[in-house]
Ligand binder design. Structure first.
Ligand SMILES: [Zn+2]
Ligand SMILES: [Zn+2]
Length: 805
């Protein structure tokens, strides 16, 4: 019996919203757990409420500014805001890395606005990763009604007619890194006055600048500093950065701006208490097991090709089904519940299933549940917000679009279906729960994924000090080269500039001269061409491939060049916003795939062959029978065939050959080697070695996001029982971006922590022989074969026992 069934029945949908009993969120958790024969909750953490700690206004904050804040209801800053503001006012570069809704804006507004009031010529530049956030901040600053500031957004949407006014008169310009790169810096002569007087640069949500994108932005900021200096701003602007909580924010921020940064991390803002439960869906009964209990609810059929429902061997109840049940139970108990689901399709599956089971219990109750995905109109979002706040709607399943689109706080319970990828997002989502004075409930439901498995068994990774760091690598030559070309096109590079852009600048400049991009003269290096260099900050492994519906010419979306062979080969089933298409042709020269809508009874899985050669070793640890390395590698891969598998059963229908070119990737890798003797001594039979290494590789890739914010799709791997370059059994894990993005480097630097977590995730998974929660990978080019779960644990034990801590 479900708890939905315990709701008093008998009211039809015609009698309006069905009244439901209201349970306290804490009681809800008890109810949820009771239904399962084996308790799915692996940990409960009570995060107590916290009263805020205010601080006095810094002395330099003028009366006018205090009054302006008082009008907005702010009577004093919280301590962390005052602390960061003081540092920035002292011209120290500072990063504020505190929780969601802790008021990071005040920390930069105070020094920036106080300076604008004290010096009528000073200017401030604010950078946000999205136009929407910049617009929000514009409203906030404009709302303070301080006359002489004249804040303005300057982005791609700004009408030409307004641009000149902004350049001349605005003293608080809000923009994004792309506009700085494409518009402001190339047009620096028009901005010379603004840059000369630039006192503060605010970088909001700076944790977004990671990987290749972050490395590009790091150089855009160096170009900005260079132009400020060229126009006589000798002290240079002070940088104030706002970040989600992360591991080592000062180092990351320092790498981003290229200057030493002080971090403020102690959050002094108030927050509501929350009970946070970690939930691991139960294992499904083994096939043919006589004791198999009947499914609790009618089976639902999310399409197995859904990115959340990969057709690997399912051994656990899916997180989507589990979340749908929890959502239904929350609604039945009268608890306003929000479920975050990673994909739109997943959100719809959750809402549909919750509605169905509620209607089975009480006809009409299902109407109190809705699905929400991005792309709604403003009015629709407002209507949804109202319905939830007024209680007409009790349950909502949403993609994280809600994080950005709708202002909703104070829900009773938040369900998080699958780890959202970073701690920052996790807390942002959990932060939706909790009305003042009331304890709320947050539940993380683990997906079939090694990182999720690890987290629900290692609560310290969620509730303890953050270890996940934002990584970037400004030294990546594939980023540095194009950025130096941009800098040279803005003004010739001088010897003094070389230091600004990092240690490897000299070599890269020489390479650009060799390639004919720059010309060396006695006064410096000059850009040789008439047109400016075309550099995309968000460029990812080659030009993106457009997906076009053949019949209508409609552009459905783009796939980055690196993934296109895998996802868009002829015959591939391609999902776009939950709609299924089949690829007719892939034209790599034009960067275009033609598709038609079709829902075949199968899914497609590309297979590739990959080889890897070591180019150079940057650093290594010699640990007896074990070696750990960081270096450059060449990865050659070719998608050679694809399998068609029956949706209902996963049975392989056939394997079809493909004729696609090979691709080369020069990148950075971390790898470890083990001697065959050490493996034999640990009980790994020779026949088991390939599967053991392969399984360790998969789980290692899955766990890397624990230490470096990245997606497992940003990383590749290769394992072999004998590699010609290392002459030993080896596992390679490499950055999936040309020149590297910092992920492998982070893995090397934190190898003991990374491999310990990897080992634990495998070892603690309750499955028999390996599953998607531990060693199977949704992106395996070998069809997850061979894999040895016990062998992987032994391999990692050998590595960890030898590696110095
Ligand atoms: Zn498993
Ligand atoms: Zn694999």
């Amino acid at each position: 019996m479900t708890s939905a069934a315990s709701v008093s029945a008998g009211r039809g949908p015609e009698s309006g919203p069905v009244p439901v009993p209201v349970a306290a969120p804490g009681d809800l958790l008890r109810r949820l757990r009771q239904r399962h024969p084996v308790d799915p909750v692996t940990h409960v953490q009570r995060v107590p409420s916290r009263a805020g700690t205010p601080a006095p206004w810094p002395q330099w904050v003028p009366e006018e500014l205090r009054t302006a804040y008082a009008r907005r209801g702010v009577t004093a800053p919280w301590r962390h805001q005052a602390e960061a503001a003081e540092l920035a006012h002292d011209r120290r570069h500072v990063v504020v890395a505190t929780g969601t809704a802790s008021g990071k804006s005040l920390a930069y507004q105070l020094p920036a606005l106080a300076t604008l009031l004290a010096d009528p010529r000073a200017t401030v530049l604010y950078l946000a990763p999205t136009k929407a956030l910049a617009a929000d901040q514009l409203r906030a600053v404009a709302g303070l009604e301080i006359e002489s500031v004249r804040p303005a957004c300057y982005d791609g949407d700004t009408p030409r007619a307004e641009r000149e006014w902004i350049r001349r008169h605005s003293r608080f310009v809000l923009t994004n890194p792309d506009m700085l790169h494409h518009g402001i810096l190339p047009g620096h002569t028009q901005w010379s006055g603004f840059l000369r007087r630039l006192r503060y640069v605010v970088i909001d949500e700076c944790h977004v600048y990671r990987g290749v994108f972050g490395s590009h932005v790091a150089h855009v900021l160096r170009r900005l500093r260079r132009q400020c200096a060229r126009y006589g701003n000798s002290a240079g602007p002070t940088f104030v950065l706002a970040s989600a909580t992360s591991g080592d924010p000062a180092a990351t921020a320092g790498r981003l701006i290229g200057l030493p940064v002080t971090a403020v991390t102690e959050d002094a803002s108030p927050r509501a208490g929350v009970t946070f439960a970690l939930w691991e869906p139960p294992l499904l009964p083994a096939e043919g097991s006589a004791a198999a209990p009947a499914p609790r609810r009618a089976p639902d059929t999310p399409r197995p090709t859904d990115p959340e429902v990969l057709d690997l061997t399912q051994v656990r109840r899916s997180a989507l089904r589990e979340t749908a049940d929890l959502l239904a139970d929350g609604v039945a108990a009268g608890v306003r519940t929000l479920a975050f689901v990673r994909s739109r399709r997943g959100a719809e599956v959750v809402a549909t299933n919750a509605r169905r089971s509620l209607d089975e219990a009480v006809p009409g109750l299902g109407a109190r549940v809705a699905a929400y995905r991005g792309g709604y109109l403003h009015e629709e979002r407002r209507a949804l917000e109202r319905a939830l706040l007024q209680g007409d709607l009790l349950g909502l399943a949403s993609t994280n679009a809600l994080e950005l689109g709708v202002d909703l706080v104070g829900l009773d319970a938040v369900l998080i279906c699958g780890y959202p990828g970073t701690r920052a997002s996790l807390w942002q989502q959990a932060g939706r729960a909790g009305r003042s004075g009331q304890e709320a409930l947050a539940v993380l439901v683990a997906r079939d994924d090694p990182l999720d498995t690890y987290l629900v068994h290692h609560p310290e990774a969620i509730f303890g000090a953050p270890v996940e760091a934002t990584v970037l690598d400004p030294a990546n030559p594939y980023v540095l080269g194009p950025q130096l070309a941009c800098a040279a096109a803005e003004a010739p590079l001088t010897v003094a500039d070389l230091e600004l852009f990092g240690d490897s600048t000299k070599e890269t400049v020489e390479a650009l001269v060799e390639a004919g991009a720059l010309r060396q003269r006695p006064t410096g290096w000059y850009w040789r061409h008439r047109e400016r260099p075309q550099v995309d900050l968000r460029g990812e492994g080659g030009a993106p491939v457009c997906v076009v519906e053949a019949a209508t010419g409609r552009l459905l979306g783009t796939v980055d060049g690196g993934s296109s062979h895998f996802l868009l080969h002829p015959g591939a089933v391609y999902l776009h916003q939950g709609v299924s298409y089949v690829v007719d042709t892939l034209d790599l020269e034009d960067g275009c795939a033609l598709v038609h809508p079709e829902e075949p009874d199968w899914s497609t899985h590309a297979r590739d062959v990959t080889s890897l050669s070591v180019v150079s070793v940057r650093s290594y640890v010699d640990a007896g029978p074990v070696g750990l390395f960081l270096g450059e590698v060449d990865v050659t891969s070719q998608v050679v065939s694809y399998q068609r598998r029956r949706l209902s059963t996963g049975e392989v229908i056939d394997t079809r050959p493909l004729d696609l070119p090979t691709r080369e990737l020069r990148t950075v890798a971390v790898w470890f080697t083990l001697s065959p003797e050490s493996l034999a001594a640990a009980g790994v039979e020779p026949a088991e070695v390939p599967g053991a290494l392969h399984a360790a590789e998969h789980a290692g890739i899955g766990l890397l996001p624990l230490l470096a914010t990245c997606d497992r799709w940003d990383i590749g791997g290769l394992s072999t029982a004998m590699h010609p370059d290392t002459e030993a059994p080896t596992v390679f894990v490499y950055d999936g971006h040309p020149g590297g993005a910092g992920f492998a480097e982070r893995a090397y630097g934190t190898a003991a922590a990374w491999l310990t977590a990897t080992r634990d995730a495998i070892n603690e998974c309750g499955c028999e022989t390996g599953c998607p929660s531990c060693v199977q990978s949704p992106k395996c080019g070998n069809g997850n074969n061979p894999l040895s779960k016990p062998g992987a644990v032994r391999v990692l034990d050998v590595v960890l026992n030898n590696l110095p801590r």
